[in-house]
Design a protein around this ligand. Structure first.
Ligand SMILES: [Fe+2]
Length: 150
């Protein structure tokens, strides 16, 4: 049975369902990584999941950044710099794992802290801004991406 290493809760919502769904995909990938590395002990599958995590992180950040540009978000540069740093951190982890380093508890804890902290400290700041800019509540509740990428 799958174990939950990182869990999403309503207090992590950024008020836009599409982005919440994408965050849940990232949580799901970290949980899969945990399960493959520690429960199934399948290092090669775990490494593939880590690659998927890198790819999906890049996609998700690009979606957020495009919304920032469309809405002329004042904290754009700072948030984008955070994304760049997070991306390079997770890519460096992937490289280390591909060069034979074991996926250990420290690495998994780092990923969990990395994602939760970013959502709470950075992402939650754009919620009010988008609402102020006229984001439609009914559209904020629509989502398609979560359905195709679990
Ligand atoms: Fe972000």
């Amino acid at each position: 049975m799958e174990r939950e290493f990182i869990s999403w809760s309503d207090d992590l919502s950024v008020g836009i369902q599409e982005l919440d769904e994408q965050h849940k995909v990232l949580f799901n990938l970290i949980n899969r990584l945990f399960n493959e590395a520690f429960i199934m002990r399948n290092a090669s599958v775990a490494s593939e999941v880590l690659t998927e995590l890198v790819q999906y992180t890049i996609i998700h950040f690009a979606v957020e950044e495009s919304l920032f540009r469309i809405f002329n978000y004042p904290a754009y540069e700072g948030h984008k710099a955070q994304h760049a740093e997070l991306t390079s951190q997770v890519m460096a982890l992937k490289d280390r794992v591909e060069h034979g380093e074991e996926i250990n508890a420290e690495l998994l804890s780092f990923l969990r802290g990395w994602l939760k902290k970013h959502i709470v400290q950075e992402d939650k700041r754009y919620t009010g801004f988008f609402a102020e800019k006229g984001m439609q509540k009914n559209w904020a509740k629509k989502s398609w991406l979560g359905k195709i990428w679990k």
